[in-house]
Each structure stands twice: as structure tokens, then as C-alpha cells.
Design a protein around this ligand. Sequence first.
Ligand code: CP
Ligand code: NVA
Length: 310
Amino acid sequence: MRHFITLNDITTNEFNHILELSASIKQEVKQGNYRHYLPNKILAMIFEKQSLRTRVSFETGMLQLGGGSIYLGSEIGFGKRESIKDIAEVLSSMVSIIMFRGMKHQSVVDLAQYSSVPVINGLTDSAHPCQALADMFTLHEIFGSLRGYKLAWIGDANNVAISLLRAAAKLGMEFSVAAPDEFQFNSSTVKNLIGENVTEGFNIELTNDPYKAVKNAIAVYTDVWVSMGQENEEEERKKILQPYQVNAKLMSAAQSNAVFLHCLPARRGLEVTDEVIDSTQSKVVQQAENRLHAQKGLLVWLLNETQLVK
Ligand code: CP
Ligand code: NVA
């Protein structure tokens, strides 16, 4: 049984294969050809946290692929009204695939353990692999092969940064993280996060200096300073992360053709200025749209891998 809980669940070859599949499905759709790769397949989507992109991209994706999806929010009482085991077993008896967005990473691990259908992580406190997949798809569309290129992360080294780190390691990119000590990786966490999943060309730079991070970068990426579930740390985080705002001055220190990326939702005026997010360098809408295309590739690949016909 294959799951997509973190990017460590797939090899570099599989990563590249999913990117190629996503590109070809996207191209078909742009030509008006909505091929039904997944007729009668149903995706159950469990949400413990809010979402715009994740819900809409998975729901739209399943419909375009000839299947369907079911949104399950707080009414199911995940882990409270009934156990994760019972939920996993019941859903597995009715649907072909499960997507989970939740608080604790352990919950998606438990769900996968008890599920007999593939489980996709749609964001937890320590990973957002679907986002990183779509981001690499986007960078690939813009720059072609990514090996040796530098991606700069500015701000909190959070769940999105963790998944991008793994993606950079897999695709042989340089990954530079500028963050204050409180919200920075350290070299042993980096080692634990990527394990043996490293492709030649990968390099990690950890710094407190955003200008150092963006030097020679082809992409400058940031995310909110206060992720979902961290609302009680808001004031402290805003103070500590203030020097890590991505503004026009910082963007001008990156490579001249660099793009700005953000997974969205953004807090304009905090981690990024309007001037940057609304500039021609900003690819945030292309990134968001690519959640749809990259996840369609992922869904088709996962269900084919699992040879699941329900
Ligand atoms: N980027 C992302 O996952 O967006 P949502 O939280 O709106 O799903
Ligand atoms: N780091 C953010 C990402 C949202 C898509 C969060 O976890 O809230």
C-alpha cells in the first residue's frame, strides 16, 4: 500500500514521474480534454483545519478525473467522536482514497496505519507535501530542470519549509533558509528530515541573514509567521520575525529573474509586502492553480500504484 504522508514516501524517480504525469494531464486539460483516469473513484477529505486551495483543488481534481469527493469537517469528530482506527477502517470500506488535513502529524500516520486505501497528507503541523509537489511543478514550468538552482526560504522554518527541504534534497537544489534562531532548522533536524533522500546538487544553508539567503536565488519563498494552531504565539512571532519580511529591497538582492513564491493564504504587510506579492515576479496564483494539476498527477499515480479498483 502506497501513501503520501511526506515526500520521503516517494523516490526521486517517482517524484519526477508524478511531475511529468501532472504536466501531461495539465496540457490535456488546457486543450479541453478532460480524460477520466479515475472513473467511480471517491476521495474522502478530512479537515481539522481551514482551507481554500486544498479543498477546491482536490474536489475539482477528482471531478475532472471522473470521480468524486466527500468533504468531512468537524462533524465527524476526528479522534473524539470515534477513534482514528475506526474511521480509517470504515472509510477504507467505502472510498478509494483518503486525504487528511489536521493538527498533529501523528494523526495522519495513524490513519495510514489503519487504512487499506492510500492516504494523502493535505497538511499537518510538520509537513505539507502536496504544496511542495505543486511548488516544484511550478518552478519546473518556469525554469526547466531545477538541479543546482537555489531556492531561498525566508521566515519561519515551518511545515511548508520542511516539505520544501525534502523536495530540494530530492531534486538536487540548493536550499537556503533565513530565519531567527527560534524558528530555524539545525543541522541534525535537517539530517533527520531528509534521511538518505539526497540527490547530487543538493546543498543546505542555514542563516539569520535574509540577504545572504536570497543571493543567487531563483526563487524567494515565504509563508505566514503564525501557522494554523499557533494563534496564541501571534504577538511573539510577529515581533521576532519582523526582520524577515520579503519586500522589494530583499527581492532585488536575488537573481534578476527570480520569482516570488508563497503557498497562501498570505498576511499582506507582514511576511510580504503588497508591492512584492502583486509584482510581475510573483507566481503565487500559478502556484495555487498548480495545486490542482500536481495533485491530479499524484492521485492518478497513487491509485495506479496501488492497483486499486473499487
Ligand atoms: N496553501 C494551502 O494549502 O492553502 P489552503 O490552506 O487554503 O488549503
Ligand atoms: N504554514 C501554514 C500553511 C498554510 C497553507 C499553516 O500551517 O497554517
